[in-house]
Each structure stands twice: as structure tokens, then as C-alpha cells.
Design a protein around this ligand. Structure first.
Ligand SMILES: [Zn+2]
Ligand SMILES: [Zn+2]
Length: 448
């Protein structure tokens, strides 16, 4: 039996502030616990060392404004790079599954990055997905986000990608950051139904969450048939978490992992730093490695506290029924939208970066293509933390694009360069695996 790959990167030199719950002790207590229990010495575990992600690997997903170097620290590159190390270990069949226990986290980081949102600058899972596609030709994947916060960054990145199934269950956005992840958010016009949100009422217990896993998550995965399942593993649904209000337990998380069987898990949130987090992470590692975790209990665990209310169970059953129907009816909706006759669909929106306190304005356009998933452009502007305003135009060309979309996207990159008002024009050409930046002031172009 192959071992489970583990990689720890606590990022000693990166924190929002010294007293902020998102700090390096989050991982150090887990590490201590694992050593204490002797888990790291077991033949079922193989430890890996991190590497830096390159600017090119980041650019396969993100438009960092003005560039990757100015947007991220080394800690971000190591965090993303660690996910890539785990992906390589899995794809090269050195391990049966892998868990990147890393920070800074990533699931709130969107395609365009002007700064930090929800403690995230770079979306580690998304960078890993594009790496898996580029290096190994993986096409179809699923990301199941088990963090208590809606994975809005991951959702936005794969919104128009019909080959990435994104499932997020989280505390209802009306009661928690980032205030999104509602049932009607089901993906873009050509990828409708490949995004599934499962908002849950505060206080939901293991019983409610496992009902969703058994009756929605597992059947949907079975039908979607992804080549790989990735888990955005946030541990902040736990009853002791200081940033949220759910009632999930360490056992609940471990059983969830055993059912989900993720090929690669990447750590997201979880802020019960000293008490519960080490137990939850240990339970997940034991589940992945096939080690018996039935005795794993939080020191203060009291089963009487965790009964699900019949009213909440009814809501959860209705939620599952509704989302299952949306998923199963998705192809019909996509066909209808594809044949609607519109060549481009445009939307404007604002993106708030809570950590950095800045607001970005976007105009997003998708080509509604009869033959492929289309390509997306984003005109974006924001006053960054430095006080400088940037206006940029981003063109994203997916690997699965048809010839017409490819030519049109590359043509748009040239055309927009002639327009004044943009500081930078970017082309993310995933087919050529080439990432171009045109500087509107100097007229110079760089490519990586
Ligand atoms: Zn979270
Ligand atoms: Zn096309």
C-alpha cells in the first residue's frame, strides 16, 4: 500500500498581524500533535518538502496587478508551490493521496489579484489545477470546499469552466464572510450546474453535514466522473472555531474525509489554533492514511451538545433536493443559453478586498461559443493599498478553446493595446502556455 503524502509549511514570516488568528501557530500545534502521537514515524506517511511556485505557474490562473513579483511574498510562492509538490507526488504515483498543510490559504483569491481578500492572495488549489492540466493533461476535476466560509475565489476562477465541478458547503452567507455562496449561484452560462453551493444554518452538526455528503456530494461526484478529487480542507466548521458558528466535530471531519476520499487535500481555514485544529487535522490525516481514528475525540467533546434540530434537517433535505435537480438539469440549461444567439455576455461587478480594504470594479465578458466553453475578458480597476490606481484589461484563453475563440482572444489582446486608459493589457494563453503583459505607458511587452 502506498503512503499518504504530507507537506507542512507554516510560513513563519507571513501573518496578517502578530495576534491575528491566521498565524503560523495554526500549523505548529498540529505538527507537535502528530509528532507526539508518533504519526510521522508510521510507514503510512511520507513527508515532503516545499518548493517555490514560479511566476509562470501563478500566471496560469491569476492576473496579478501589476505583476506577480509585486503582489506576492515568498511565503505565497512556497504555499502554492507546496500544493504543486503534492500534486506531482500524487500524479507520479509515489503516494496514494496527499495533504498540503500550508498557509497562507487561498480559496478567497480570485482571477484578478489587486491585494488580499479573506487572508488570501493566491488561490493554491486553482494554481494546482492548472498545473495538473498543463503537466499531466488532466481535464476534468472536482473541488469540494469543506471550509465554513464560501470558497468565492475558487468559484469565480472556475465559474465558466464546465470541466471543474466546484462544490462548496459553508455557513449561510447572510451570517458569515464573504456573504456569498447562495443556491442560485450555479456557474456561468456555458458551465451552468458545475458550481454547487450548499449554504447551511449556523449551528449545523455532523448529522446535517453528513446528510449533504451522502445525498448530494457523493452522488454528484459519481455522476460528474472527475479524474481527480481535490478537497479545499478548511477546519473552521468545528464547534470551537472562533470565527464561525457551526457544530462540526473532529470525528465528523475524519468520517467526511473517509467518504470523500480526496486525492489531494489542501488546507484552508481553521482557527481554533491550540485546541481543536490539531485534532481535526490529525483525524483527516489518519482517514487519508487508512489509520483507525475511532478513538479520536476533542478533550471537551460532549455528544449531548450535538443533536440536529428537525427544522434544520427539513431545510437541509429541501436544499439537497433543489441542488440535485439543478445539477441534473444542467445540460439542458447550457444548451438553451448556447443557442440564445448572443455572441458575448457582459456583467459588471464590484469585488471587495476586506483584508486590504480596497474595492475593485470589473466588467466581465464571456464569448458565448457554439463549439467550446468560450473565453473570458475582465476589465478591472482598483486603487491599491499603495494609493495607486490601476486599470487593466485581462484576456483569459482556456486550454479547451476552439480555433475561433483562440484567434479572437489573441486578436483582442492586440486590439486592446491600441486603446488608451489601460495601464496593462494581459493575455493568459493557456494553449501556448504563455503569459503576456503589455505596458500601456511604455509600449513594451514581456512574456513568460
Ligand atoms: Zn474559512
Ligand atoms: Zn469557441
Amino acid at each position: 500500500m502506498k503512503p499518504t503524502g504530507l507537506l507542512f509549511f507554516p510560513a513563519f514570516d507571513w501573518a496578517i498581524s502578530p495576534t491575528h488568528p491566521e498565524r503560523e501557530e495554526r500549523l505548529l500545534y498540529t505538527r507537535d500533535q502528530l509528532f507526539e502521537e508518533g504519526i510521522m514515524d508510521l510507514p503510512e506517511i511520507r513527508e515532503y518538502h516545499p518548493r517555490l511556485a514560479t511566476a509562470k505557474e501563478i500566471s496560469r490562473v491569476h492576473f496579478c496587478v501589476p505583476d506577480v513579483e509585486s503582489r506576492v511574498t515568498q511565503a505565497h510562492l512556497v504555499s502554492a508551490g507546496s500544493a504543486l509538490v503534492m500534486a506531482d507526488a500524487f500524479m507520479q504515483k509515489e503516494v496514494k493521496n496527499a495533504f498540503a498543510i500550508i498557509r497562507p490559504p487561498g480559496h478567497h483569491a480570485m482571477t484578478v489579484s489587486h491585494g488580499n481578500r479573506g487572508f488570501c492572495d493566491i488561490n493554491n488549489e486553482a494554481v494546482m489545477v492548472e498545473h495538473l492540466r498543463q503537466k499531466y493533461g488532466v481535464k476534468r476535476l472536482a473541488i469540494v470546499d469543506t471550509d465554513v466560509h464560501h470558497g468565492d475565489g475558487t468559484q469565480e476562477i472556475f465559474w465558466d469552466d464546465p470541466d471543474v465541478l466546484f462544490i462548496s458547503f459553508h455557513q449561510d452567507g447572510r451570517t458569515l464572510y464573504p456573504g456569498s455562496g447562495f443556491t442560485e449561484e450555479l456557474g456561468g452560462p456555458l458551465a451552468y450546474g458545475a458550481t454547487i453551493n450548499l449554504p447551511m444554518a449556523p449551528g449545523t452538526t455532523d448529522t446535517g453535514i453528513h446528510y449533504i455528503v451522502d445525498n448530494l456530494v457523493l452522488p454528484v461526484l459519481e455522476e460528474f466522473k472527475p479524474e481527480l478529487v481535490i478537497n479545499s480542507a478548511g477546519q473552521d466548521n468545528h464547534y470551537s472555531d472562533p470565527l464561525a458558528n457551526m457544530s462540526f466535530t473532529a470525528q465528523g471531519y475524519a468520517v467526511l474525509n473517509r467518504k470523500l476520499k480526496p486525492d489531494i487535500a489542501v488546507l484552508e481555514g481553521g482557527y481554533s489554533v491550540e485546541t481543536a485544529l490539531p485534532y481535526i487535522n490529525m483525524g483527516i490525516i489518519m482517514a487519508m492514511a487508512g489509520i483507525d481514528f475511532s478513538n479520536l475525540r476533542e478533550p471537551d467533546y460532549d455528544p449531548a451538545r450535538f443533536t440536529e434540530s428537525p427544522a434544520n434537517m427539513n431545510d437541509i433535505k429541501a436544499l439537497v433536493k433543489k441542488q440535485l435537480a439543478s445539477f441534473r438539469g444542467r445540460e439542458e440549461v447550457v444548451e438553451m443559453r448556447r443557442s440564445g444567439g448572443r455572441t458575448f455576455e457582459t456583467a459588471t461587478r464590484g469585488v471587495f478586498y476586506d483584508t486590504d480594504g480596497l474595492r475593485e470594479q470589473q466588467r466581465v465578458t464571456l464569448r458565448i461559443c457554439p463549439d467550446c466553453c468560450g473565453f473570458r475578458t475582465i476589465a478591472s480597476s482598483a486603487v491599491q493599498r499603495s494609493g495607486r490606481r490601476y486599470a487593466v484589461f485581462c484576456i483569459s484563453l482556456p486550454r479547451a478553446c476552439c480555433k475561433v475563440c483562440t484567434d479572437e482572444a489573441r486578436g483582442a489582446y492586440k486590439e486592446v493595446q491600441a486603446q488608451t486608459g489601460y495601464d496593462y493589457v494581459y493575455l493568459q494563453d493557456r494553449i501556448k502556455d504563455e503569459f503576456r503583459t503589455f505596458d500601456g505607458k511604455t509600449g513594451q511587452e514581456t512574456a513568460i
